[in-house]
Design a protein around this ligand. Structure first.
Ligand SMILES: O=c1ccn([C@H]2C[C@H](O)[C@@H](COP(=O)(O)OP(=O)(O)OP(=O)(O)O)O2)c(=O)[nH]1
Ligand SMILES: [Mg+2]
Length: 152
């Protein structure tokens, strides 16, 4: 049976004793909100991107990944999103988790220390072996894609 409960080790990095550990804002939330560990407020101008530290590292068990995703409120209200969305944290990564933010809005956005800037969703990754073949199995869709079922 598939394991449904996991413990994930998380390590606060030096100098970040005041930074919140990623946290779910409600019982059934999918994402743990991530907090900005910027030393001082950082203003991101329109079109600018920045790699924001979170002040922690973690050790995901094998076959889990963490996805770093935008917060819809920041995206809707300020045009702020994750440039590489969803960011991928590999199970063997032990460095600081960082959030690559970009400002798609028309105004500067200031990121304060300990502000929630993104969220992290932890997912199962099946073990997959890629097998090279000469012919693929037939399907009704075949090679159709990129909107071939509609007119727009
Ligand atoms: O939003 C992100 C994306 C990645 N990472 C870290 C964890 C991840 O395991 C590592 C590598 O990420 P990725 O594989 O996306 O980047 P890459 O350009 O392929 O770098 P690498 O050659 O190090 O794999 O960087 C983050 O902290 N935040
Ligand atoms: Mg990579």
């Amino acid at each position: 049976m598939l394991q449904t409960e996991f413990e994930v080790q998380i390590k606060r990095l030096p100098g970040n004793e005041d930074i919140h550990i990623p946290a779910k804002m409600s019982d059934l939330a999918a994402g743990f909100d991530l907090y900005a560990a910027v030393d001082e407020p950082l203003t991101l101008g329109p079109g600018q991107r920045v790699l924001v530290p979170t002040g922690f590292a973690m050790a995901l068990p094998p076959q889990l990944e963490a996805q770093v995703r935008p917060r819809s409120g920041l995206a809707y209200k300020h045009g702020l999103t994750c440039l590489n969305s969803p960011g991928t944290i590999d199970a063997d990564y032990r460095g600081e988790v960082k959030v690559l933010l970009i400002n798609h809005g028309n105004h500067g956005f200031t990121i304060e220390r300990n502000e929630r800037i993104a969220q992290m969703v932890i997912q199962y990754v099946p073990e997959v072996k890629l097998v090279e073949v000469d012919e693929l199995s037939d399907t009704e869709r075949g090679e159709g894609g990129f909107g071939h079922t509609g007119t727009k």
